[in-house]
Write a protein that binds this ligand. Structure first.
Ligand code: HEC
Ligand code: HEC
Ligand code: HEC
Length: 369
């Protein structure tokens, strides 16, 4: 009796397993068969398209970029309609709809689906946050896939950066990206996000852009990230809440520079006070003859608008269309940081003394020596 039961259980169990196996094998094989017959020559057995000499190359289905861009629907549409100006042909005249659906599911399940799942948990969550922030804040100008929208490409004085080109991959380090996003790009439509997003959020967005849009390898992105995050000077944490207005005022200088405001005072007396005045009110001896007028640092507008990187940038590059010179031609980066720190502390935040008669005399004496 015991034996019989075991026998039947084994028999039915076995049959059942066999049936599962069989139906699974049939469903998989249609997609797999079509892939091996029509797609493998370009996309490869591994789905990575490696070894192809086509330009543009076949899509690497196993890349992080594909994990974010390709879902079964997009695969279906691209396979049906093809991709204009590439070797990827439209298959709707050669395969039935159902065949295209089967091969699309096969490509997705076999190559694409597991890429995200294989990432370390925290990186995966990071990328999801980064993707959302990118879509909300950046895609209008930089395009859903980082390729830069057609409208912005042809209608902005400086086109937004196309993240998918080789040039961009060569030029944009993680550090440079974080700086450009935090402080914006002077005189360009690329505005600063440092007062609106936390450094953590910016870092997540950069992870997303580098991995999903620029298509850089995971190991390289992780390595860079750990080097940068190891040093507090590169990704400063202000310790302030995300929406605290003081956050804007605590953003540091670019390139990890720290300014010495006392050194900066002397530079100010030598070079800036003739226009900006001893009190920083824009009433220096030369100001009368100048249009537009030198900036009044103690106005409430200035106090709202000028933080360290903004002052640094203006001093470094000057302001085109005004007599404000580009001081990087005469001062070192450190000296620019020194004088910018002085302007910031003495006039914007006014938590240290400005320029006294003695300071003026001291510099005059030095000049006469
Ligand atoms: C002659 C070579 C070639 C063959 C054969 C080929 N592909 Fe492609 N495929 C490409 C190239 C090249 C690209 C990249 C196109 C681009 O850059 O937009 C591509 C891209 C794709 C993409 C990504 C499209 C997107 O939306 O970005 C999918 C999905 C794809 N192929 C599926 C298939 C499937 C399924 C088959 C077989 C039915 C197939 N390909 C056969 C060359 C090929
Ligand atoms: C209003 C349009 C606009 C928006 C929105 C925008 N950008 Fe930009 N972005 C630009 C332009 C224009 C440039 C090119 C600036 C240049 O060449 O100096 C640029 C350049 C960049 C660069 C390269 C800077 C460099 O160092 O060369 C990065 C990185 C970047 N943007 C990231 C972002 C991110 C991330 C967001 C969303 C938080 C974003 N951008 C939102 C217009 C925009
Ligand atoms: C020859 C006169 C002149 C001298 C010298 C000069 N500036 Fe200016 N500066 C100006 C003018 C004019 C403006 C305002 C331009 C405008 O409003 O477009 C200005 C604006 C600024 C701003 C505001 C930038 C902004 O984004 O609004 C800062 C900061 C600044 N100057 C710092 C300095 C420092 C520091 C020095 C000395 C190293 C200096 N300036 C020397 C004329 C001068």
């Amino acid at each position: 009796m015991g034996m019989k039961k075991t026998f039947f259980t084994a028999l039915f169990g076995g049959l059942f397993a066999l049936m599962l196996c069989f139906s699974g094998a049939v469903a998989a094989s249609t997609g797999e068969r079509i892939y091996k017959e029509h797609c493998v020559s370009c996309h490869g057995v591994e789905g990575d398209g490696r070894g192809s000499t086509l330009n543009p190359p076949p899509r690497d289905f196993t890349s992080m970029q594909s994990a974010f861009e390709l879902d079964p629907i997009r695969i279906y549409i691209s396979t049906t309609k093809g991709r204009p100006n590439t070797a990827m042909a439209a298959w709707d005249s050669r395969l039935s709809r159902d065949e295209i659906r089967q091969v699309s599911d096969y490509v997705y399940d076999t190559f694409v689906a597991d890429v995200k799942a294989a990432l370390p948990e925290d990186l995966r969550l990071n990328l999801e946050v980064g993707e959302k922030l990118y879509m909300d804040n950046c895609s209008v100008c930089h395009g859903d896939f980082g390729e830069t929208g057609v409208w912005t490409r042809s209608n902005m004085a400086t086109a937004p950066r196309n993240f998918t080109t080789d040039r961009t991959k060569g030029e944009l380090s993680r550090k440079r990206m974080i700086e450009s996003i935090t402080y914006g790009r002077a005189g360009k439509a690329m505005m600063p996000y440092g007062s609106r997003l936390t450094q953590q959020e910016i870092s997540s967005m950069v992870d997303y852009v580098r991995l999903a849009l620029m298509g850089l390898p995971v190991e390289a992105v992780m390595a860079e990230k750990s080097i940068l995050e190891g040093s507090q000077r590169d990704i400063p944490s202000t310790g302030l809440a995300f929406d605290d207005p003081k956050r804007f005022m605590s953003i540091p200088f670019p390139d990890g520079l720290y300014g010495d405001p006392n050194e900066g005072r002397e530079i100010f007396v030598r070079n800036c006070f003739v226009c900006h005045g001893v009190k920083g009110d824009g009433q220096g001896p030369r100001a009368f003859f100048i249009n537009p007028k030198p900036r009044n640092f103690i106005s409430s507008d200035s106090r709202r608008a000028l933080n360290r990187p903004k002052i640094y940038e203006a001093v470094y590059n000057g302001l085109p269309g005004s007599v404000m010179p580009a001081w990087s031609k005469v001062l070192s980066d450190q000296e620019v940081a020194n004088v910018a720190e002085f302007v910031f502390r003495a006039f914007i935040r006014s938590d240290m003394p400005g320029v006294s008669e003695e300071d003026l005399d001291k510099v005059k004496q030095k000049k006469n020596e």
